[in-house]
Design a protein around this ligand. Sequence first.
Ligand code: AVW
Length: 288
Amino acid sequence: MDYQAPSSQRRRCRRPLLLGACVLILLIVVCVCLGVAFGRRAAGPSNDRITGNFTTAIISKCKQFLGDENSSENKCEEVWDAFSKAYVGKDPCEVPMEAYDPLMQTVREKDACNRMLFWSKTKDIVHQFTEAKKCLLTLEDTLLGFVMDGQTWCSEKGSKETFTTGCPSWDKCERNPVRSFWNRASEAFAQAACGEVTAMLNGSISTPFNNNSIFASIEVKKFSGPKMRALNVVLVKTGNDTATCENDSLQTLQRVLNPSLKYTCKEVQRSKILDCISDPDRPCGDCW
Ligand code: AVW
């Protein structure tokens, strides 16, 4: 026969059980709260989102570019200062290109007459080219272009920090810190255009000269004589691409180009440029 404890004894037995359950529930609640609190901290600014690392990365790329000159330490701090003042503490959709004016004053590039290479939708090949042959240089071969290429940055209204993630995409808003920087740096590069200037455009697309590009909307508008003499377009083609120097968009380019400038256009196979890049003995003049 089953033994049945008296009801008062059963109640006494249940009490520690109830207490244990309460403690367990309390522990779970505490753990969940701690988890949420620490989880939130982990999901907050990650290491590469905080100012410190970005500052270090920018300053060290700047020093890498300037080499071991004694002055490079101070110069690079000065560059960082002028650069960060353009966007830190601002809404990431309210940074106009003019915000980078002081930075452009801080970094004055030497004239590179007859050596400047502009591009649109040909980023890979132009950089392979300037890496291999030192006769021409792109914006990304100058201090600011070299340092900022591939970087993303923004801040927030009232913040002292720089973030490298969660920033507006290129098209989200026009006045974002990255887009405004490239617009302003491109404008300065084009204003410095001197002598014969080369532009490598993409002959595999229907509009090699696209109104929305930086090349069309900013750079070409800044090209002018008498310091600059000519614009020589290299239209890079692959296989049987149909775009030619007669392309409608290239007619537009000639129309909007300052009339004091001479204009030429040459269609060149991409394979020819690549062969030239891979042969260190071939002089630049042979590449197209
Ligand atoms: P590009 P551009 N979303 O090949 O003439 C994200 O079109 O404009 O050539 N990134 C973008 C976007 C976009 N919609 N559009 C442009 N970019 C960035 C400076 C991206 O980094 C030099 F002096 C892309 O690789 C050249 O003569 C780069 O802009 C001229 O401006 C170029 O876009 C090339 O500018």
